[in-house]
Design a protein around this ligand. Structure first.
Ligand SMILES: C[S@@+](CC[C@H](N)C(=O)[O-])C[C@H]1O[C@@H](n2cnc3c(N)ncnc32)[C@H](O)[C@@H]1O
Length: 250
């Protein structure tokens, strides 16, 4: 049985923040949003669901840029401290919007009562267990989204795969992710790549971040230090992340 090891305090929130601060991801993300939403308009979007939103920084920026007029926000986030931060961010960023945050893993959540216009899955699809991924996306397509609704997905296309491999963290390629979405009935609507630089030297503060990704295997500091050894990690590494918009074909 898989028993993912979760943080019981602020350690995961801090570690995820440290991961972002080690690179220019947030700056690149904002620039990408400006570019995407000169090409694409999501003005009809009123309700949304954010899966694995963490404290919600990326999801709230996305909503700010995409031209949506949000009246309902549902967040799903299993990490307690992240969920509490998300609630605080929602009060200041989306005042007056009906918002709910559920502390749950998405595969265990029953789904929205009424289908939503947009679902955001930023850096989270890897966390849905492989055996449940296809069924989950089919449910999203057939029941959780309105007809013609969108799923915005952010995933890493290229990056420190070697760290994950050395830590035994299962990886998914962009092609594999795309295949899941197409099989569930989605069509790719738009895709944008982001070039990110990240410094993985002295990685101790990243342990909770990698631990959450490693399912039931306990990672030690020695494992992590060992995983970032080698010439590739002696300077900043280059990562490519993609933002993809899928549209329901219902
Ligand atoms: C890499 S973080 C991404 C956070 C945020 N979406 C972003 O882009 O900055 C992954 C998030 O997914 C959450 N998560 C992990 N497993 C999950 C699951 N099975 N269902 C929903 N969320 C999950 C984690 O707690 C974490 O907040």
């Amino acid at each position: 049985m898989k028993t993912q090891i979760m943080a019981m305090d602020e350690s995961y929130v801090k570690s995820l923040a440290a991961f972002y601060e080690r690179g220019n991801y947030r700056e690149v993300f904002i620039n990408a949003l400006s570019k995407i939403f000169t090409d694409v308009k999501l003005g009809g979007v009123r309700s949304c669901l954010a899966v694995g939103a963490g404290e919600g920084w990326c999801e709230l920026e996305f909503l700010k840029h995409c031209g949506a007029n949000i009246s309902k926000f549902i967040g799903i986030e299993p990490d307690h401290a992240s969920a509490e931060h998300l609630k605080t961010s929602l009060r200041s960023s989306l005042p007056g919007v009906e918002s709910q945050v559920f502390e749950a893993k998405i595969q265990n959540w029953e789904g929205p009562r009424i289908p939503v216009d947009l679902i955001m899955m930023f850096q989270v699809i890897y966390h849905v267990p492989a055996g449940e991924r296809q069924e989950f996306l089919k449910k999203v397509h057939d029941n959780w989204l309105v007809s013609g609704g969108y799923v915005a997905v952010v995933t890493m296309k290229r990056g420190a795969r070697r760290v994950c491999e050395r830590l035994g963290i299962p990886m998914l390629s962009l092609e594999e992710i795309e295949a899941y979405f197409l099989k569930a009935g989605f069509a790719r609507h738009y895709e944008h790549e982001m070039d990110v630089m990240r410094d993985l030297r002295d990685p101790d503060d990243l342990l909770p971040f990698y631990q959450l990704s490693s399912e039931d295997r306990l990672i030690t500091l020695d494992d992590l230090r060992e995983a970032v050894k080698g010439p590739m990690f002696e300077e900043k590494i280059h990562e490519i992340h993609t933002i993809t918009l899928y549209k329901s074909r219902n």
